[in-house]
Ligand binder design. Structure first.
Ligand SMILES: Cc1cc2nc3c(=O)[nH]c(=O)nc-3n(C[C@H](O)[C@H](O)[C@H](O)COP(=O)(O)OP(=O)(O)OC[C@H]3O[C@@H](n4cnc5c(N)ncnc54)[C@H](O)[C@@H]3O)c2cc1C
Length: 399
């Protein structure tokens, strides 16, 4: 239970922090850096990604032999939190969702041939990727086993896909797709995972769904499949192992969301510290009012608790444990503290907190998705309760 970072990791943390401060923050501060969907525009993104690569701050989650930094989950927690200080940070260092989780899944589960074809271009930053699970009602949402999109065998070596998906992040700009589809009616093994390319015929984007917050590159899309043919060689893992692949992806991907959100929550508080330290009313600085101190203390405590929960889950994942309850608890807690920290920062900035002069209103519109993506909070509570009910008092056992 030693929270000391190795010299190597601390050095990397400082380099990420400096890169965000020196290179990314000035770009983020320029309104011309944004695209029409309130994310970083292609030109500044390209330049910053090249700089990040040149500075050795690229694909932290991927093995060194494939061009990444080879960090374990604890190392990723340190890196991603620093990167998350800027809204542009993670995507500039190739550790933003959904590519991040997609790379992790492919790295763990694909064959070497599949990795060369489908994973390596994402690691290199040459293509982007999407994962397709969610469907409009009555199809799969919180419960993937209710999936209606089908993969039917054609001959011995081809699958034919028909169905309807939505909220597929990044689909408009992605080239490599990971698709979950139903291959049988077996209760536990009814899903299979496939890989396909943007140019394969038999599918289309119906629309880019307008959302309340800023968008990831490529938007959140509604998709129709009508006879997309996928060779069996592009099946990821075994037939019926789709849920297993989802669990492998989401275990770490949910936690990497927490890591980035902690960086954003810290940034929100950073955005009010100068104001409360300089703005005077009723004869003293805002920071000298006890009521303000309590708000800051609550935010600071929440963030620190979230960091400890995230680190604990990261360490468990690194030990080979699935850390289901730890990841679920961290996901719920961090998604809530993200929202609360931003709200506190808006409030303490007074009227300017409500303006677009600060990044806080952007963050406030972004934050609600944290309670939905990769599992709604209520579903994570279900997982936690199941663990408590089956483990009893051992729920709280130390390792
Ligand atoms: C910004 C954004 C990006 C996304 N990106 C992707 C993507 O790239 N790929 C992808 O496949 N999907 C994506 N999704 C979809 C996301 O994974 C789903 O929204 C999520 O899994 C919940 O499914 P649902 O929306 O169908 O909600 P439903 O399953 O319809 O549930 C609705 C609500 O009911 C409640 N609820 C559900 N189950 C329970 C329960 N057992 N007990 C108590 N309450 C419950 C929860 O409050 C939940 O929010 C994205 C969503 C958003 C908002």
């Amino acid at each position: 239970m030693d929270f000391t970072l190795s010299n190597e990791l601390e050095n990397l943390r400082q380099r990420v922090s400096k890169f965000v401060s020196d290179e990314i923050m000035p770009v983020e501060a320029d309104p011309n850096s944004f695209d029409d969907h309130e994310n970083i525009a292609p030109e500044p993104l390209k330049k910053l990604r090249e700089k990040a690569k040149a500075n050795g701050l690229w694909s932290p989650q991927m093995p060194v032999q494939r061009g990444g930094l080879g960090l374990n989950t604890v190392g990723m927690a340190v890196f991603y939190e620093e990167a998350g200080r800027s809204r542009f940070g993670p995507v500039c260092m190739n550790c933003a969702a959904p590519d991040d989780g997609n790379m992790i899944l492919l790295e763990r589960c694909a064959t070497e041939e599949q990795k060369d074809r489908w994973l390596q271009p994402i690691i290199d930053g040459r293509v982007r990727s999407s994962i397709m699970m969610t469907e409009p009602a009555p199809g799969a949402g919180s419960d993937p086993t209710s999936m209606l999109t089908t993969a039917s065998p054609k001959g011995n070596d081809t699958w034919v896909i028909d169905g309807h998906k939505w909220f597929i992040t990044g689909a408009e700009g992605a080239e490599h797709f990971i698709l979950l589809a139903r291959t049988s009616d077996d209760t536990h093994h009814n899903l299979t995972t496939f890989l396909f390319h943007r140019d394969d015929p038999g599918w289309e984007i119906l629309r880019r769904i307008p959302i309340m917050g800023p968008e990831e590159h490529g938007g959140h899309c509604e998709i129709q499949f009508s006879g997309l043919e996928i060779p069996d060689a592009n099946r990821l893992m075994g037939v019926g192992e789709g849920m297993k692949s989802v669990q492998i992806r989401l275990g770490t991907a949910r936690l990497t969301h927490c890591m980035r959100w902690l960086g954003m929550a810290k940034r929100a508080i950073e955005e009010c510290l100068e104001y409360v330290g300089t703005r005077k009313n009723f004869g003293m600085l805002l920071s000298e009012h006890e009521g303000v101190q309590w708000m800051l203390a609550d935010a600071a405590m929440d963030i620190e608790i979230g960091r400890l929960m995230t680190m604990r889950a990261a360490a468990k994942l690194d030990s080979g444990d699935q850390a289901r309850k730890e990841v679920s608890m961290a996901k719920i807690f961090v998604s809530e503290l993200l929202h609360k920290s931003i709200a506190t920062a808006i409030q303490l900035n007074g009227a300017r907190g409500y303006s677009k002069d600060l990044p806080l209103e952007w963050m406030y519109r972004y934050a609600p998705q944290a309670k939905l993506v990769d599992g709604a909070s209520e579903v994570h509570k279900m997982v936690i309760a199941r663990n408590l009910l089956s483990q009893g008092m051992d729920f709280w056992s130390w390792d």
